[in-house]
Design a protein. Sequence first.
Length: 305
Amino acid sequence: MKKLTGLVFLFISISAFAQQDPLFSQYMFNKLVLNPGYAGSREMLTIDMLNRYQWVGIEGAPRTFTVGAHMSTRNNKVGLGLYAYQDVLGPTRNQGLMATYAYRLLLGRGNLSFGLQAGFKYFDFDWRQINVEDPDYTFSPQDIQRFTPDANFGIYYQSNRFFAGFSSKQLFQNEYGVIKVDNKTTYSKLLRHFYGMAGVAIPIDEKIVFRPSVLVKFVKNAPLQVDVNASVIFDNVFWVGTSYRSEHAIVFMTEFRVTDKIRVGYSYDIYLNELQPHNKGSHEFRLGFDFDIYQDRMLTPRFFF
C-alpha cells in the first residue's frame, strides 16, 4: 500500500511540478504544436505526423504522437490549422484536439502573425496499469478522467532567412486531477507554459545553407530548458543537424525531401545524465506532406520548414 501511495504522489508531482507538454527534438519542423502564429507560414497546405519513443528500454516511458495540418488563405493574410495529439506516460494518457487561427501582417521583408488555438483536452489515469508487490484488495480507487477546454496564444515572425516567435500554452490552467489520500485532498492542474524560439539561415554557397536555431521553454516550478541546434541544408533536399538540450542530452537528426510533396525526418536523443545507463535513448520519426493548392503563387525559399 505504501508503494501504491508513493506512485500516486509521483505522478501528482510529475503533473504539478514538471513540464507537462510533450517533448520534441524536431521542434523546428513541428512549430504548430508550440506556436499558433506559425499557421500558414509555409504558404501551402502542410500535413505533419510525428511519433516519439522516449527513454527506450524503460517500462512506461513517454510515447507521443501528433498529427497536424495548416495552410494560409489565398490572400495570405490568414492562417488556419488543426492538430491532434496523444501523450502516454505509464498509467496516464493525455489527448487533445486544437484548432488554430492566425492573422498575418506584412512587416518588412517578412510576415508577423498573431495566432490563437482553442480546443479540448482529455486526461485519463488508469489504476489498472499499476502493479504492486503487495496489493491491498480492499483499496479500490476510481480512475481519474477529465475533459477540459483550453487555449494557446502565439506571435511568430518569419522572413526568407530569419524566424522568431513567442507563445504561451495552457492559458486556462485547468484542474484535471483530484486525489484523496489519508483524508488529504491534492489538486493537479495544467500549468501555463512559455516558449521562445529563433533561427537564422546563413548561405555558405549556392547549395549549402547553415541554419542555427534555439528554443527556450519555461514553466513554473521547473528549471528553464534550452535547446540549441546547428544544422546544414544541402541543395534544399538533404538536412542534417545536432542539438544540445540543457537537461544534458545530445540530439542527432536528419531530414530528406523525397519529392516536392513528401519529407521524412528522424532524430535520436542520447542522455548524459543519471538516466543514461537505464535507457537506449529516444527515437523520433516524422513524415510531412506539402500540397501547393494555390499554384499561381510564387513560393518563398524553404530555408525554414
